[in-house]
Design a protein around this ligand. Structure first.
Ligand code: C5P
Length: 222
């Protein structure tokens, strides 16, 4: 039968990937983390000392870059040209530059082409910033996940603590707010709720509650 598509968009650190991953597993769908694709290109560009001010240079680099997302027992693995970069793409220097790299039309067009191809052959849960508005405009379910910036900074802080790092909550909050501003203000497919997306405010919900809410929405449409 026809593939089923779930689009999950929202600002940084709203918990999209955490719940998208679990929902995908429950449904037997493939999870596609589009942020990881932009992060992978950013990581490679930083390493290659590419000109981050040139959309053309970044698009050329992307054309010779193979990005592979895989779900394994221990979580999602991301590789760039055969090298596992799962940890590296989450480093602060990548996070700091990814909104610039993702702002170029040429880069976005190629990423969207790859994302649509990934969604062609199976039912998917795809998360990002422009999935419901642009990548999968006909998705069966569109969810716009949000949470207060304070709550998002606290969640990110807890993740960092598990990795043995202790950033200040204020610094995390500033970095999140800066990234959201860039993502919302860019010219090409900015971060915005699709008209037909269901808004889900997760500020006072835990992971299980958000997953349950998403599965309820999906099951009502299947
Ligand atoms: O989801 P994540 O926070 O990993 O995304 C990293 C960055 O990639 C975002 O801040 C945004 O600049 C970019 N992005 C995007 N479009 C998407 C997914 C991510 O522009 N669909």
């Amino acid at each position: 039968g026809k593939q089923f598509q779930i689009a999950i968009d929202g600002p940084a650190a709203a918990g999209k990937s955490t719940v998208a991953k679990i929902a995908a597993r429950e449904l037997g769908f493939i999870y596609i983390d589009t942020g990881a694709m932009y992060r992978s290109l950013t990581y490679k560009a930083l390493h290659a000392a590419a000109d981050l001010k040139s959309g053309k240079a970044l698009k050329d680099l992307l054309d010779s870059t193979e990005i592979v997302l895989r779900q394994m027992e221990d979580g999602q693995h991301v590789s760039v040209d055969g090298q596992d970069v799962t940890e590296e793409i989450r480093l602060p220097e990548v996070t700091e530059q990814v909104s610039l790299v993702s702002s170029y039309k040429e880069v976005r067009e190629e990423m969207v082409r790859r994302q649509r191809r990934l969604a062609e052959s199976c039912s998917v849960v795809m998360d990002g910033r422009d999935i419901g508005t642009h990548v999968l405009p006909n998705a069966d379910v569109k969810i716009f996940m949000k949470a207060s910036v304070e709550e998002r900074a606290i969640r990110r802080f807890k993740e960092e603590e598990l990795k043995g790092r202790h950033p200040s909550i204020e610094a995390l909050q500033d970095a999140i707010a800066r990234r959201d501003k860039k993502d919302m203000e860019r010219e090409i497919s900015p971060l915005v709720k699709a008209d037909d997306a269901i808004e889900l405010d997760t500020t006072s919900l835990n992971i299980e509650e958000v997953v349950a809410a998403i599965l309820r929405i999906v099951n009502a449409r299947r």
